[in-house]
Design a protein around this ligand. Structure first.
Ligand code: FAD
Length: 512
């Protein structure tokens, strides 16, 4: 591919959720205007476009679950619903004039690193382009995962995933099976319980559910936030600080979480009076090992006569009959899978072909690993937003996204400082060193010691998703790019060897 045949940009961002839009704003602030945002869907919003199920809302307070550079004094509730969060992201796209950069209906099908020209060739559903740098913000919870249940083909009713809700299907009066008890399921159950005829919840593992301090934000509060913008920031700071103080219990002293279990049990006992149901709903692992869920309405909904809890996973389907692993059967008209997403096997990794012709998925076969959660060995100028070990158990992912965008900004500055056609590729030793430090800290955390099997762990049982520290620590670790952790790659014509005629190797020793 020659330069004249196609479009070339400095940066291509994949995805238009919080990560992709945040990256776009940051690029503009850094003075980079030569970039595109490639989005497979026909609208921006990511998570908050795709998850429109009844009851969908954030579980981190809105004033913290929003960009620090785009505070929103208008949040209607402490935990706002999906519609308002989606509107917020549309607003961000408008206010920061991102629309001209956004290419909708442009699913990225393959990315190939060109070692000669030092750019990424990108095939999308709307055409091909090249980019010096690729920022992959395809989201950790973006591609729904549906288990392969034997007999699913024989089911004559309606089947859909929580992240692809079918609003044309009328659930009223129907016998509905909800599969799974994660964050989405516990929002869906109370939202649909009153309208369905019968709801059967298939629960493999009961979650810990804490009360949710959700309330409308009063007109007076919103007025104050509008008139005195620092109050929005102060509110955000308080929400952040409280969560930051909780981190030690998750990462170093899981036993302290026993007290929190008592609060969660009280939350359950208030609504569930039947001892048999209480027994089914009581977790046998340490709180925090799986994401702590928040709801005031989940347990009351489960106590209703039209709800059955099957304390066993779905194992087989025979026509309209759903069979659990413990043999329990239920006749249903519709199945809603609340079974999560491809997290530790992110689909974009299969489509990224690095410097050695190996895909990111192959390179991560033994487990995902990226330097400072962002860059992977063998994949020059390729950065993942919300990459390996950047997830949080108790706070806002926007904090992590913004920290990663600091890293991106400095990365681009470093490329400019180096000058010419140049790429940075992380040293395998730096990636391994970072990953070893992360995994070492992980050993004591509740996610690894709490006695549960969660989606934080990959197929080898390794926690490749969660950050085992405070957001402050992560922010510090991503403030600057340490060029010593990278090899500097130059186009053959520009490498010192080519200039002096000594061989074709185009990797420079960096300032290590
Ligand atoms: C229901 C739900 C509730 C949540 N609540 C919270 C919360 O309260 N607090 C919190 O911190 N986190 C929450 N999360 C996690 C949430 O995913 C992150 O907070 C954040 O929204 C992730 O943003 P993102 O931009 O990285 O990914 P996403 O929002 O998933 O966006 C990724 C985008 O990439 C696009 N894309 C994917 N593949 C391709 C491709 N090949 N080509 C082009 N485009 C592609 C997708 O279409 C999507 O638009 C929640 C997640 C879910 C599912």
């Amino acid at each position: 591919m020659t330069e004249r045949e196609h479009e070339h940009v400095r940066v291509a961002v994949i995805g238009s959720g919080f990560g992709g839009l945040g990256a776009a704003v940051r690029l503009r602030r850094e003075g980079v205007t030569d970039f595109v945002v490639l989005e497979r869907a026909d609208a921006v919003g990511g998570t908050w476009r795709d998850n429109s199920y009844p009851g969908c809302a954030c579980d981190v307070p809105s004033h913290l679950y929003s960009f620090s550079f785009a505070p929103n004094p208008h949040w209607p509730r402490t935990f706002s619903g999906q519609g308002r969060i989606r509107e917020y992201l549309e607003h961000v796209a408008d206010v920061f004039r991102l629309r001209p950069h956004i290419r909708l209906n442009s699913e990225v099908q393959e990315l190939r690193w060109d070692d000669e020209r030092l750019w990424w060739e990108i095939d999308t559903a709307s055409g091909t382009l090249t980019a010096d740098v690729v920022v992959s913000a395809t989201g950790p919870l973006s591609d729904p995962k549906t288990p392969d249940i034997p007999g699913i083909d024989t089911f004559p009713g309606k089947v859909f995933h929580s992240a692809r809700w079918d609003h044309d299907y009328d659930l009223r009066g129907k016998r509905v099976a909800m599969i799974g008890t994660g964050a989405s399921a516990i929002q869906i159950v109370p939202a649909i319980q009153k309208e369905v005829g019968k709801l059967t919840l298939f629960q493999r593992t009961p979650p810990w559910v804490m009360p949710r301090a959700d309330r409308a934000i009063s007109k007076a509060e919103r007025w104050v936030h509008r008139r005195l913008p620092f109050t929005t920031q102060a509110r955000r700071g308080l929400l952040w600080g409280i969560r930051e103080l909780q981190v030690q219990a998750f990462t170093k002293r899981p036993n302290e979480l026993g007290l929190v279990e008592q609060l969660a049990k009280r939350n359950m006992y208030r609504a569930i009076k039947d001892p048999a149901l209480r027994a089914k709903l009581t977790p046998d692992y340490r709180i925090g090992c799986k994401r702590i869920l928040l709801s005031n309405t989940y347990y009351p909904a489960l106590a209703q006569p039209n709800v059955d809890v099957v304390a066993s996973g779905l194992s087989e389907i025979r026509g309209n009959t759903l069979v659990a692993a413990d043999g329990t059967e239920a006749e249903v008209d519709a199945i809603v899978f609340g079974t999560g997403f491809h997290v530790t096997d992110m689909p974009i990794a299969q489509r990224v072909i690095g410097a050695d012709g190996v895909s990111l998925a192959e390179s991560w076969k033994g487990g995902m690993a990226a330097l400072r959660g962002a860059t992977a060995a063998g994949f020059p100028n390729f950065m993942t937003v919300i990459g390996p070990n950047t997830g949080l158990g108790n706070s806002s992912m926007i904090l992590m996204i913004e920290a990663q965008l600091n890293y991106l900004a400095d990365y681009l500055r470093q490329l400019n400082v180096l000058g010419g056609r140049v790429a940075l590729t992380p040293r395998a030793s730096a990636v391994a060193g970072w990953n070893n430090r992360v995994q070492d800290r992980m050993k004591r955390t509740v996610w690894n010691t709490g006695g549960c099997n969660s989606w934080y762990l990959d197929e080898n049982g390794v926690n490749t998703t969660v950050w085992p520290g405070t957001t402050t620590e992560f922010r510090q670790a991503t403030r600057h790019v340490d060029v010593g952790e990278y090899e500097v790659v130059r186009a053959p014509a520009e490498s010192p060897e080519a200039r002096t005629g000594k061989g074709s190797k185009n990797k420079e020793a960096s300032a290590a």
